[in-house]
Design a protein around this ligand. Sequence first.
Ligand SMILES: Cc1cc2nc3c(=O)[nH]c(=O)nc-3n(C[C@H](O)[C@H](O)[C@H](O)COP(=O)(O)OP(=O)(O)OC[C@H]3O[C@@H](n4cnc5c(N)ncnc54)[C@H](O)[C@@H]3O)c2cc1C
Length: 118
Amino acid sequence: MYTFMAQSDLENILINRLEQLGVRVERSVTVVGLDINDAEAEAGQSTYPITITLSKPARTGGVSTELVQSRYLIAADGARSFVRKKLAIPFEGVNNEYISGNIDVAGQLKHPDARSLM
Ligand SMILES: Cc1cc2nc3c(=O)[nH]c(=O)nc-3n(C[C@H](O)[C@H](O)[C@H](O)COP(=O)(O)OP(=O)(O)OC[C@H]3O[C@@H](n4cnc5c(N)ncnc54)[C@H](O)[C@@H]3O)c2cc1C
């Protein structure tokens, strides 16, 4: 059996489940800085050796900066990963030059064969 699910629907399901588990997804927050205190991490002197700098939209307009101390950082920031570059981890594979995107459209056409046109 084959099931097609729009990415936006799947994303909503995952976000709702995360909220049930007490995790809030913050949009428009960008990681702009990353520092790892290797000595502390290896010596176990600090439980939070990673410092992450976040850039987030301020309520009053403009941008505010927030520092987060962390034990772990999961780099799920895509093919152009800021974290990967910051940690000097090479990108292995093919890098395309083109930029592409998806647009979801809900249309109402009167054409009798509308479904095959969409
Ligand atoms: C048009 C298009 C169609 C595709 N179709 C398919 C398909 O049909 N089937 C398939 O299997 N794959 C498809 N892919 C590929 C698929 O989308 C990717 O392989 C997949 O999304 C990669 O997942 P990811 O979580 O690694 O990165 P992403 O989905 O790119 O997620 C990375 C996230 O990190 C965020 N981010 C980036 N930098 C920062 C930062 N500094 N701070 C905070 N957040 C940051 C981004 O905003 C993004 O939300 C398609 C890709 C494109 C572009």
